[in-house]
Each structure stands twice: as C-alpha cells, then as structure tokens.
Design a protein around this ligand. Structure first.
Ligand code: 6PG
Length: 241
C-alpha cells in the first residue's frame, strides 16, 4: 500500500495505483474512525459531495462489523440548495450509497440547504459545536476549477473567517449552496482530499505546484501547519506533478 509523505508545511500527499486508491481511502477512514472512538468515544465526520467519494462510501458497506457505527456522527462538507430527495443532493447520495445502512438516524445531521440558508447555516454551526469541539475528519473533493466543498472561485464564502458554515451563491452555476468555510474545514483533527482520474491532473498540478491564489483556486488554502490536509491521489491525477 502507498505511504503518506510530507508535501509542504501544510499538506501531505499519498499517490496510489488506480486500483489502490479506494482501498487506501477506506482503510484511512476506518483507522481514523477507530482511533477517534477509542480516544474520545465518537467519530464525527463531514462527508464530501460529488461523485468521487461514492465508491469509497459503497466500499464501507463491507465493513459493517469493523467499526462501532453507533459511535459515528455524520455531517456534510457542503450541500446544494435542493431537497433531500433530489438526485443533486449530497445527503441523498451518501445515504443511498451506504450510510442509510450504517449509521443510526439520530447520528445523521444533514444540511437543510433547501430552506432559508442564512438561518440554517447558523443552526448547522450550532449543531456542529454542540456535538464536537472539532471534527475528527473532513472529507473533500476538488473540482476541475479548483473549488472544494462549495468554496468556488471568486465567491463570498472564501472571505468568511468568523463562521464555520456559510451560504454561498455560485454565479457560474446560478445556484445557492451551504458550505463549510475554511474555518469550518480547519476545525478538524484530519482533513483529506480524494482526487482521482487524469481529468484532474492539470488542476492538481496548479493547486499543489502553481502560484498561490486561493481566490482563483480555493483548494489551495486548505491545510494549516497544525491541521495538515492529506491529498489522496491516484497516479493519473498525480501524473503532472
Ligand atoms: C459538491 C462537492 C464538490 C466536489 C467536487 C469534486 O457538492 O459537488 O462537494 O466540492 O467534491 O466538485 O467532485 P467530483 O468528485 O464529482 O469530481
């Protein structure tokens, strides 16, 4: 199995064979969860949206017996302003793919992004704070434009530093989202990006090796000296590094 290496003072990197990436992600999830439950009795994770994590979530179904799932609390890194029944919903994807069979409903905290976003973002922040002093894991993807969660280039949520959660209008999609802010992402003991496939290779190069400008490439700002971001790449996504 590939090994994790330091990339810079804020980020670590692991590059897997294409067939190894999902097993690595599953093992990392289970180890992080088991350790959190052992140390402080629960595992509080913010799930990412998009399509990449779907295979990871599905693979977790093979591990019903490898974790005390009753100690797992699910939050989300972001959500679209759609009902939970919409095919666009990150909540629906996660629940249908795996977590509806793994985690008790009382431990599942979806973002009510289809309601009044300003009110619901404040509610969600209060919910996070009442359940944990920090996430144990924030799971993230990276879009082709370098966005992560719903922190898209040149959007207002990029500049919000005093809240963990914020509404965000995405002009390029003409749609509203709810998202963890950088503050919300960095309030986590572990942060991991899952970026797979050759189509992501140019942006991976730009984000990790290009000039720093998080307004243009929001994924660049994720990770701090005390809360490193782990970039899990397959060889295709890493092919331009
Ligand atoms: C979303 C996600 C988003 C996603 C990236 C990568 O709501 O769409 O949170 O940030 O992680 O767009 O998506 P893929 O994994 O589908 O490439």
């Amino acid at each position: 199995m590939a090994s994790i290496k330091s990339f810079d003072e804020r980020r670590d990197l692991v590059i897997c064979e294409e067939t190894e990436a999902v097993p690595f992600a599953v093992q990392h999830f289970l180890e992080t969860a088991s350790s959190a439950i052992r140390v402080h009795g629960q595992f509080v994770v913010a799930l990412s949206g998009g399509s990449t994590p779907k295979a990871i979530f599905h693979a977790l179904l093979n591990h019903k017996k490898d974790l005390d799932w009753s100690r797992v609390k699910l939050f989300w890194s972001d959500e679209r302003a759609v009902p939970p029944t919409s095919p666009e919903s990150n909540y629906k994807m996660a629940m249908d793919t795996a977590f509806g069979e793994l985690v008790p409903p009382s431990n599942i905290f979806r973002m009510f992004a289809e309601r009044d976003l300003k009110t619901e973002a404040l509610e969600y922040e209060a919910l996070i704070k009442s359940n944990c002093t920090a996430f144990d894991l924030v799971m993230l993807g990276m879009g082709d434009d370098g966005h992560t969660a719903s922190l898209f280039p040149h959007t207002k949520a990029l500049e919000i530093t005093r809240a963990l959660v914020a509404p965000n209008f995405i002009e390029t999609k003409n749609s509203w989202r709810m998202t963890l802010t950088y503050e919300g992402i960095h309030r986590s003991r572990a942060i991991i990006f899952y970026v797979l496939g050759a189509n992501k290779a140019p942006m991976v190069h730009t984000v990790l090796k290009g000039p720093y400008d998080y307004h243009v490439h929001p994924s660049q700002r994720v990770g701090t000296a005390s809360n490193h971001a782990l970039w899990l790449l397959d060889k295709s996504a890493a092919s331009m590094l």
